[in-house]
Design a protein around this ligand. Structure first.
Ligand code: GDP
Ligand code: IMO
Ligand code: MG
Length: 424
């Protein structure tokens, strides 16, 4: 078997959590490969709405294996809270969740350094979720990180004291004073560590390769989105990991020739939370309508998401980088009442029209739009592709023709059941 990979093709929040939950019945194993509690993946079923930050979105299916891979950064306190809220729902995640020993830990000092760096950047701040992601990955690449396997090592306290001193010295040098009481926060962090030790700590590379050899189906669940990728996103307004499909290879320990389908999740429009360029952003009533109808408020921070039209230039770029083999289109129901819907087909930059995704963000980008008639119909209860309005099908077919990638699923609402599988 080959490893299938599911990733966001925009700036995150495309509906990855919902789609993974829907697809889990096709798989034996769901594995997260990067990011950390900056992610917020929302699942809705049986009138329950659940937001997952670190735990893979297959966790609600009792017979499926869930793995947190080596590429993930884990905050033990957030993890502990996630486990508690699952237990309240009667789920015992210790039965089907394993954690890579090589995954790195987020310390409270990472969060303070994150806040300090953002404050220093002022207007140029990234708009980080302030979960300590950047500083935790900085320590990982600087080879000064703290891993899950370090918790059980005999020199745990020595190593911990070393990293704690390094961080507090940096904060002190920059006159940064955490708002919380340092001792209380560290006690909570230390007290959360035993929860991690209740789980099977694994070498995810060995386990997942074994599953694939045994013909088990494995799905890698991405966090964030392609345009937030550390290399290919709108740098420096990005997250600190490789959110693209190839990140699944390094984030789980799977060779590139062991990968199969690449499922790209795309919202029928665009949103972005945090700062940075967003060529199709709408600052008018239509933008407000998208935000309101789409409930576009961050699942992790509650911040309002910036909204705009679908950007085909960025989408084609994301498809190229990821090698997307099929698209899942989400949240089209949000535009049910729109008279006119636009898709950006090119950028105009200094009077030159281009279909190339632009990484020079100091320049003003004017989107070139193609106009579509809205479907003006409630699609949220439609179960069959054939029953979708013609105008919506035209929108779908246009995206397919332009990208050359089939749309295999249309999501018409947040619930698990509001999903149309398109037989191709
Ligand atoms: P993720 O980070 O990619 O998993 O996405 P989020 O969970 O952060 O944000 C997606 C939001 O849209 C969540 O509130 C979902 O419940 C919701 N959602 C997902 N798919 C659909 C859909 O097709 N229609 C509508 N209206 N909401 C959806
Ligand atoms: P999911 O998995 C949307 C954004 C932040 C900020 C930038 C860097 O739910 O799609 P960080 O906390 O990593 O330092 O933030 O990336 N960001 C997300 N935006 N969805 C996410 O995750 C995000 N994770 C980070 O808003 O602009
Ligand atoms: Mg999200």
């Amino acid at each position: 078997m080959k490893l299938d990979i599911l990733i966001g093709l925009q700036w995150g929040d495309e509906g990855k959590g919902k789609v993974v939950d829907v697809l889990t019945h096709n798989y034996d194993v769901i594995a997260r490969f990067q990011g950390g509690p900056n992610a917020g993946h929302t699942l809705e079923f049986n009138d329950i709405k659940h937001v997952l930050h670190i735990i893979p979105s297959g966790i609600f299916h009792p017979n499926k294996i869930n793995i947190i891979g080596n590429g993930v950064v884990i905050d033990p306190v957030v993890f502990n809270k996630e486990i508690e809220s699952l237990e309240k729902l009667g789920i015992d995640p210790t039965k089907n969740l394993s954690i890579s020993k090589k995954a790195h830990l987020i310390l409270p000092t990472h969060k303070w350094i994150d806040a300090m760096l953002e404050e220093q950047k002022g207007k140029q701040s990234v708009g980080s979720t302030l979960k300590g992601i950047g500083p935790a990955y900085t320590d990982k690449t600087a080879r000064t990180g703290f891993r899950i396997c370090d918790i059980i090592a005999s020199d745990f306290f020595e190593k911990f004291k070393e990293i704690y001193k390094k961080h507090t010295d940096l904060l002190f040098k920059n006159s940064y004073q955490p708002k919380e009481d340092i001792e209380t926060v560290f006690t909570e962090w230390i007290n959360a560590l035993p929860t991690l030790l209740r789980f099977n700590l694994i070498d995810s590379e060995y386990e997942i390769n074994r599953y694939l050899k045994e013909d088990k189906k494995v799905l890698a669940e991405g966090a964030q989105g392609t345009l937030l990728d550390i290399d290919f996103g709108s740098y420096p307004f990005v997250t600190s990991s490789n959110t693209v499909a190839s990140g699944a290879c390094t984030g789980l320990g799977i060779a590139p020739n062991q990968t199969g389908k690449v499922i790209g999740i795309v919202k029928a429009y665009c949103t972005r939370v945090g700062n940075g360029p967003f060529p199709t952003e709408l600052f008018d009533k239509t933008g407000e309508q998208l935000q309101k109808q789409g409930g576009e408020f961050g699942a992790t921070t509650g911040r309002p998401r910036r909204c705009g039209w679908l950007d085909l230039v960025a989408l084609k770029y994301a498809i190229m980088i990821n090698g997307v083999t099929e698209i899942v289109l989400t949240k089209a129901d949000v535009m049910d009442n729109f008279d006119i819907i636009n898709i950006c087909t090119a950028y105009k930059i200094e009077n030159i029209t281009t279909e190339r995704f632009c990484s020079e963000y100091d320049k003003t980008i004017f989107p070139v739009y193609k106009e579509f008639k809205g479907w003006k119909q409630n699609i949220s209860k439609i179960k069959e592709y054939d029953n979708l309005p013609q105008t919506f099908k035209k929108y779908i077919e246009y995206i397919e023709n332009e990208t050359g990638v089939p749309i295999t699923i249309v999501s018409t609402g947040p619930d698990r059941n509001q999903t149309i599988i398109i037989e191709k």
